[in-house]
Structure formats: structure tokens, C-alpha cells
Design a protein around this ligand. Structure first.
Ligand SMILES: C[S@@+](CC[C@H](N)C(=O)[O-])C[C@H]1O[C@@H](n2cnc3c(N)ncnc32)[C@H](O)[C@@H]1O
Length: 244
């Protein structure tokens, strides 16, 4: 029974991988995103991929830290856009960063390079040699610069069990309507448990159930204004006064 379930699971994953056709599409701010046919979703907002990532992950997340040693966990590494923006935008902030991105379906190098080429905000700031490091060498730690280490781990979030404490979590899975399994209490608990005191969790999703789950996990949840085309997003901080 278990074997046949595993077999079916593997077959399903293979089918998903075979159908992981992604197409590059332009978004409202002149940057690109990918549209994933299998999930029927884009990786970023069509109103502006860079604008969205910059607003949610950089402005509401990264910019709370300066001149510190921090570790960042990203759920759903995708194109690496959040990682590349973090690298670029951290320069004036002066943090030393360990960035851990997890992804079940890494995109190929060709798609990645196309994405970078058609996203001027990135291609004008990162040369190909540096950009490539954001898509090569999965599962090993890479030094992008003296103050930025990157580990891209190919793993299913369900199977992921964090061994480190993180100061900042970028939760960038496909939507709860498409992938409810990514947003379950169990999955949130395992990463929130590994958030440092006063650590920050940011995501584009503002559903009531997510807010409630985060509150139940002891988080101080704030609804923040969203980027263009999205009214609200969430920034939650670990409230050190509440025990889980
Ligand atoms: C909204 S996209 C992420 C966009 C990405 N942060 C970026 O900057 O390009 C969601 C990502 O979650 C990944 N994903 C889907 N199911 C997953 C799973 N079970 N475990 C880990 N990653 C998964 C998808 O392949 C996709 O790359």
C-alpha cells in the first residue's frame, strides 16, 4: 500500500516536472516574471515583479536590518528575484547575510538567464558571472560576496525541517488557493519555531486564516499596504512575550 502510494507520488512529481513549462511574460514595471502552466500562476504580480518584491520583501522585510549578521529563509526560491534584490539592496545596509532559499522545482539556467536579461533592474546591476551564481550549484553553499552567502536547496517544503534560526522569512509560495498544503498550520509552525526573537515574517498573502494561524503561533501580525494591484500584505513579528 505504502509502496504504491509512494510510486504514485513519484509519478505525480515526474508529471509535474515534465509539465513545468514556464513562459516569460512582461509585467507593468518593465520587469519580467514567469508564468507556470502547471500551477496556472505567475511567480510575481503582473503589475510589476520588481516593484512587488521590492515592496514586500525588501522594504517591509530586509530594510528592518542594518549592519548585522542575519539569516534569511525563502520558501519558494523560484527565479531568484528576491535573493538577487536582497543582494543588491543590502549593499548600503551593510548586513552580512546567509540566504537560504528552498525550492522544489528549480528553473533551468536558460530560463533564468532569459528572466535576468529581460529584467533590467537586475541585469544592469549584476553581471552574468554573478547572476549565474543565483541559479547554479544547487544544494551547496556559495559565496556571492564577502557578506553574502547563498544556499539554494532543492527540496519539497513539506519535507524541509529547518536546522537554523532565521531572522527573516520570505514566504513566497504560490497562493493558498493553488497550493493550500504550503500554508498549513504545521508548515507554518515549523518555520515560525525557527524564527529568532523579534524575527520578521513577510508574505504577499493577506488571508484571514493565515493571519489567525500566525497569531496562534504567537506572532504579532500587521496588515500593511500592498504594492500596486494588491490592497494589503502581511508583516508578522515574533512577539517574545507570548510563549508558544
Ligand atoms: C510564487 S513562486 C516564487 C517566486 C520566487 N520567490 C521568485 O522571486 O521568483 C512559488 C515557488 O514555489 C515553488 N514551489 C511549489 N511547490 C513547492 C514545494 N512543495 N516546496 C518548495 N517549493 C515549491 C514553485 O516552484 C515556485 O518557484
Amino acid at each position: 500500500m505504502t509502496t504504491s502510494k509512494n510510486h504514485l507520488g513519484k509519478q505525480k512529481n515526474r508529471l509535474i516536472l515534465q509539465r513545468m513549462n514556464t513562459e516569460i511574460i512582461h509585467t507593468g514595471d518593465g520587469s519580467c516574471t514567469l508564468r507556470n502552466e502547471c500551477f496556472g500562476e505567475t511567480y510575481h504580480s503582473i503589475n510589476g515583479a520588481v516593484a512587488e518584491s521590492m515592496h514586500i520583501f525588501i522594504n517591509l522585510g530586509l530594510r528592518n536590518f542594518s549592519n548585522r549578521n542575519i539569516s534569511i529563509l525563502e520558501i519558494g526560491y523560484g527565479t531568484g528575484l528576491n535573493a538577487m534584490l536582497t543582494f543588491i539592496e543590502n549593499q548600503p545596509l551593510g548586513n552580512t547575510i546567509f540566504y537560504h532559499g528552498i525550492e522544489k522545482f528549480p528553473i533551468g539556467t536558460e530560463t533564468f538567464m532569459q528572466f535576468v536579461k529581460h529584467t533590467p533592474y537586475i541585469s544592469e546591476k549584476l553581471d552574468d558571472k554573478i547572476a549565474t551564481k543565483f541559479c547554479d550549484n544547487w544544494d551547496s553553499e556559495m559565496e556571492i560576496s564577502q557578506n553574502f552567502k547563498l544556499q539554494k536547496q532543492k527540496i519539497d517544503f513539506e519535507a524541509f525541517s529547518p536546522a537554523l534560526k532565521y531572522d527573516l522569512i520570505y514566504f513566497d509560495a504560490f497562493s493558498p488557493d493553488t497550493q493550500p498544503e504550503m500554508w498549513t498550520m504545521e508548515n507554518l509552525r515549523k518555520i515560525i519555531n525557527n524564527l529568532t526573537d523579534n524575527g520578521i515574517f513577510v508574505t504577499y498573502c493577506c488571508k484571514g486564516i493565515l493571519k489567525q494561524n500566525l497569531r496562534n503561533l504567537g506572532m504579532n501580525v500587521r496588515r500593511m499596504p500592498g504594492p500596486k494591484g494588491k490592497r494589503h500584505v502581511i508583516r508578522a513579528t515574533k512577539d517574545t512575550n507570548i510563549s508558544l
